[in-house]
Design a protein around this ligand. Structure first.
Ligand code: NAP
Length: 292
């Protein structure tokens, strides 16, 4: 048997819809750069089929899969082992198949956020006072990551009071972190939520339309850093606003690359070639923006 006959290690992404996923471009570039004989494929998996798809992938010898909308929460009940991070976050974005009874669910979003922050500013988040806009899936990942990385304070804003209360309670019970929260219709927000804030994170979809801002312009102060988790458009309305005021800011591309890099590292045990992944993601995003 020559090298070409050896079947590749199987990885991929499950979701519904799935055509839009940028992960195959990033992961394929990473495997190539590290000369790993792996493939990464997309599979449309509706939520009711997730259990069968996971068992099937395990049976076929997959090394791992990413999960995207609408499967991240459903997977919590379906994997054999949940990492503490996935349990806290309430979502699974990375599954690793480790043999019978060893389908492990993990979430790399929060750690991806921290790595992107560090990469941009060569410092960690310790001591920051954070205004986190949103209390949905992305906000949960970021909130637990921030709490575990030693931020001084977190203020949360979301329209959905129940979701907000759940995140505040989970942070208190699971991370022993007391955040404060306000139910508010962004971009309007009680001024007091901004007291001493050094880092603003947008974890709402506001800005994906290229027009909406999650915060009124006058509320940004020069000492703040801004992270917008939205990555398409590249220059979101919040980023434009922050740049005009001379603030340090990044969009969500870094987090997207690093959450993928962390999945790659779990599956391969190798350091991820982050630059190659970023390059592939940027090219895929350019194609998407051109409508290809
Ligand atoms: P999600 O679960 O829908 O959460 C968004 C939250 O924002 C919801 O609770 C929503 O409340 C709230 N919200 C929306 N508009 C609001 C407003 N005007 N005022 C107050 N609250 C408002 O979404 P998600 O999955 O967390 O994603 C959020 C964003 O992060 C998306 O843009 C996504 O693309 C981005 N993201 C980026 C990465 C990355 O790697 N860069 C990863 C994950 C997500 P309602 O439901 O009541 O509207």
């Amino acid at each position: 048997m020559n090298g070409r006959d050896i079947p590749p290690v199987l990885t991929g992404v499950f979701g519904d819809p799935i055509a839009h996923s940028l992960s195959p471009a990033m992961q394929t570039a990473a495997f190539r750069r590290r000369r790993l004989h792996y493939v990464y494929l997309k599979f449309r998996v509706p939520a009711p089929d997730l259990q069968a798809a996971l068992r099937g992938a395990a049976l076929l010898g997959f090394r791992g899969v990413n999960l995207t909308i609408p499967l991240k929460e459903a997977a919590l009940r379906l994997v054999d082992v949940l990492t503490p991070v996935a349990r806290n976050t309430g979502a699974v974005n990375t599954v690793t198949f480790g043999g019978p009874g060893r389908i492990e669910g993990h979430s790399t979003d929060g750690a991806g956020f921290l790595r992107a922050f560090h990469e941009a500013w060569k410092t960690g988040v310790r001591g920051e006072k954070v205004l986190l806009l949103g209390a949905g899936g992305a906000a949960r990942s970021v909130a637990f990551a921030l709490a575990s990385a030693g931020v001084r304070a977190i203020s949360l804003c979301d329209l959905d009071g129940k979701r907000l209360a759940r995140l505040l309670r989970d942070l208190r019970d699971r991370a022993k972190f007391r955040a404060r929260g306000a139910q508010c219709p962004l971009p309007r927000i009680d001024d007091r939520m901004l007291d001493g804030v050094t880092l603003v994170v947008n974890a709402t979809p506001l800005g994906m339309d290229g027009r909406s801002v999650p915060l009124m312009p006058g509320l940004l102060a020069p000492a703040m850093r801004v992270v917008d988790l939205v990555y398409n458009p590249a220059v979101t309305p919040l980023i434009r606003m922050a740049r005009r005021r001379g603030l340090r800011c990044i969009n969500g591309e870094g987090m997207l690359v690093h959450q993928g890099a962390l999945s790659f590292e779990r599956w391969t045990g190798r350091r991820a070639p982050v630059a190659a992944m970023r390059h592939a993601l940027a090219a895929a995003l350019r194609r998407r923006r051109r409508g290809k």
